[in-house]
Each structure stands twice: as C-alpha cells, then as structure tokens.
Design a protein around this ligand. Structure first.
Ligand code: HAM
Length: 422
C-alpha cells in the first residue's frame, strides 16, 4: 500500500513551488525595503520555551503542540510559531547589545495539531517580522503598514484590518475582574471552553466563535474604559500613524488573539472571501515576553502571516501569482550518435554560459522533440540535422517571432547569448 502524507500536511509540487518562490522573493524585497534581516531558528525547541512564551493556558500549548521526548529524555516541541524562538535567539545571541531597534524576519514551517480544514493545516508556513527594542507607537504602525503593503502589492481585495488594545499588566487585571463580574451570572450558558477560560483568561471569551458566547459577550464591558493612561495614549497614537499612512482600520474591542504574550496593540487582517479561516495575518505588541524568558525589559512588536492563506485569498478572487517557467533553448537532434553528442556538448556550453537549455536525453523522434520545445515555451530551438552538421552548422529557429538561420556550430553559444529573448 502506498503511504500517504500525514493529515493536515501538503506536498507542494513543481506547478506551485514556482509561485511560492515568487511570494518569497516579494517578501524578501519588502524586508529589504523596510530594513528587516532574516533569522533562521531551529524547527524544534525545548518545550518550556513555548509553555512559558506562548502561555501555558493557551489552546496552542494545551492542545496543539507536537511534543515528544528525545533520546536524551528532553522534552522537545516542533515550533507552533516563531515569535518565542525569535525572542530566545535575541537573548541567547545578545542582540540587545546591538543598535536598537533590531528588526528580524523569518519564514518557514510551523506545526499545530489542529483539526484540518480549508485554510487550516497541521504543517503550515508563516512569514513574520519582529521588531525589538522600542515602545514607540510608530513601531506598531510600521509593522501593520508592512503587512498592509504586502497585501496591496499582491492585489488582494476585501481586506479588513482590525485593531485593538489588550492593555498591560497595570490595567488588564481591572478589566479581567470586570469581565468576570459580567460573565459570572451567564457562566452556565457559556460553551465548555469559555467556562474554562472564565478563571484563567476571561478576555478570550470575547473572541469565542460560539454564537451563544458571542451574544452574551456583546453586552460585556469594553476594554477601552479600563485602559491606563499610557495604554490609551499609545493606542491613540498608533491610530494616528495609521491614518497618516492612509490605512483603513476598524476598532474591534473583542479581538483578543490566541497567544498570551500580547500587551497594548493587537491586530488581525482578514479576508472574508476565504471562509472560516479568514485571518490572513495577526500580530501585536508583546512588551513582557523577553522578560518572561529571562531577559531585561525589552518592548517588541511583530506579526506573522499564513503563506497558504495568501494563495487561498488569491484563488478566491480568481487570481494567482504568475510565474515564467519558459526555457531559453531547446536542442533537437536526429538519432545519430555524433549529432547527439554535439547537441549534448552544446547544452553544457549554454548552461555554463548562464542560458537555460533542455535536450532530449533519450531517442524520441524529431517531431516529439519539436513538441517538447513548444511545451516548454523555448525561445529558440537549435536543430542538429545531418546535412547541416556535415557543413559544420546547426539551424537556429526563433520560436517566438518565427524565422530560421544556419549558424556555425562553434558560434552557437555566442549567437544565442546575443539573441536572448527579453
Ligand atoms: P497566529 O495568529 O497564531 O500568530 O498566526 C499568524 C497567522 O498564521 C494566522 O493569521 C494565519 O494566517 C496563519 N496560521 C495560523 N495557524 C494556521 C494553521 N493551522 N494553518 C494555516 N495557517 C495558519 C502567531 O503565530 C504569532 N506568532 C504572530 C506574531 C508575531 N505576533 C507577534 N509577532
């Protein structure tokens, strides 16, 4: 029996990897323009990094991590996200000793044991940026602008940017208390998860997807009435910067996000047309995380986006990233050892000269080789025929504009270099 890939994972075949590479190039270009440098952290980390970093009471840590003991008896976890690892790397490699802010980006696979469905996988790919070392509201706005600019370049439509402030350790306890007072009389009507959240994190009840919890939550007190002066002022300034950058946003006082490390700004970008998993990106400020992981107080802000969801969003508007996978030269030869060797030598010479070239490796007919040249969208076909070969030439056919010329074999590389398709 053929072995299948694990549930919730994907094989990306050559017909899509070209698009992924194009997206990755766009992301790297944006990073260069915004001054973010790449980091690559391990795919697995000590489990404690995530239980402490992401939060021991979050769904991610409680239900979704791929955790195992290695042969040395250490508890290891496949990374469910990259922010905690970026913070660990910042601390471990003493990046706090560099000029601040430090601006990092990453992309790669993340792992969460979730219920697979459209847009939700167990191995998925995130691109993210993290900006360390400043509490300036402009930093939050810059991070949001980055995400917004990417979706603008990708021409993704119907985007909704939702922002919120989730306060800080000074003001949040008062809000938590007010929420518990509000939800207590309704406790038996809340879903099982929210009954669980009531004690440890009542803010999460606000973004529960269950219609009953949502209906009850509609009357809940709003965080904006509880923010301390610093958080309030910070939030107002983030909004001013977003307006200055002409970015449309909506305030969503119920958007809390599923990771425990957020302070002040939290945000999400959604594309309704891709269904239930509409969040294409999410992030926010996490001023306490570095300290939580043993470092000095270091403010930070960032976001991560699901790369698969970009392709879903493009597909939902019948769009896609276009990739030019044409080749420059297809070399055709008659079934004759000498000709085939000359064709083989030309293919090597062209590739050495930086020109993409394909050749029939077996003994397919002349007609089949012509077809292959068409299928691969070759700009030129070089034809080694017996008569021409006897004269020391080969025919070069312009497959785009038509026309054919005989060129001395020794000059083929130079000729093809000089006649590359633009
Ligand atoms: P997150 O909201 O858990 O945040 O994930 C960010 C994005 O990753 C989501 O908006 C979604 O597009 C994508 N994503 C998450 N889970 C899946 C899944 N199972 N399948 C497909 N796509 C998924 C974080 O991970 C934070 N580390 C973001 C952050 C960075 N905050 C500050 N800095």
């Amino acid at each position: 029996m053929v072995i299948s890939r694990p549930r919730g994972t994907n094989d990306f075949l050559p017909d899509v990897t070209g698009k992924w590479q194009k997206l990755e190039t766009m992301l790297r270009e944006l990073c260069q323009q915004y001054g973010y440098k790449e980091i690559r952290t391990p795919i697995f980390e000590e489990t404690e990094l995530f239980s402490r970093g992401v939060g021991s009471t979050t769904d991610i840590v409680q239900k979704e991590m791929y955790t195992f003991n290695d042969h040395g008896g250490r508890s290891i976890t496949l990374r469910p996200e990259n922010t905690a690892s970026a913070c660990r790397a910042y601390l471990e490699n003493k990046l706090y000793g560099q000029v601040q802010p430090v601006k990092l980006y990453y992309m790669g696979p993340m792992f969460r044991y979730e219920k697979p469905q459209a847009g939700r996988f167990r191995q998925f790919h995130q691109f993210g940026i993290e900006l360390f070392g400043t509490e300036a509201p402009a930093a939050d706005a810059e991070v949001i602008c980055f995400a917004w600019e990417l979706y603008r370049r990708l021409k993704i439509k119907n985007l909704q940017l939702k922002i919120n402030s989730v306060g800080c350790p000074q003001c949040r306890p008062r809000y938590k208390q007010a929420l518990q007072d509000f939800f207590r009389p309704h406790l038996d009507k809340l879903c099982a998860s929210c009954q669980d959240r009531f004690e440890r994190n009542p803010l999460r009840i606000l973004d529960c997807k269950s219609p009953i919890c949502q209906e009850i939550g509609n009357g809940a007190p709003l965080i904006y009435d509880f923010l301390c002066e610093e958080c309030s002022e910070h939030f107002a300034q983030v909004q001013d910067f977003l307006r200055a950058a002409n970015i449309d946003f909506e305030l969503d006082p119920h958007m809390v996000r599923g990771l425990d490390y957020y302070t002040k700004t939290a945000f999400e970008i959604q594309v309704a047309s891709i269904g239930a998993q509409s969040a294409v990106c999410g992030g926010g400020r996490y001023d306490g995380l570095i300290e939580e992981l043993g470092g000095d107080h270091t403010p930070a802000v960032g976001f991560a986006l699901g790369m698969e969801r970009i392709f879903s969003a493009l597909a939902s508007q019948e769009d896609d990233l276009t990739v030019d996978d044409s080749i420059e030269v297809y070399i055709i030869s008659a079934k004759n050892k000498q000709l085939k060797e000359a064709a083989f030598a030309l293919a090597s010479a062209l590739r050495s000269a930086g020109i993409s070239a394909e050749i029939e490796l077996g003994d397919k007919s002349f007609k089949a080789q012509m077809k292959a040249a068409d299928r691969l969208h070759a700009a030129h076909a070089v034809i080694f025929g017996e008569d021409e070969f006897a004269k020391g030439t080969a025919a070069v056919k312009d497959m785009i504009n038509g026309g054919q010329v005989d060129i001395p074999i020794a000059e083929l590389t130079v000729y093809l270099q000089a006649h590359r398709a633009q």
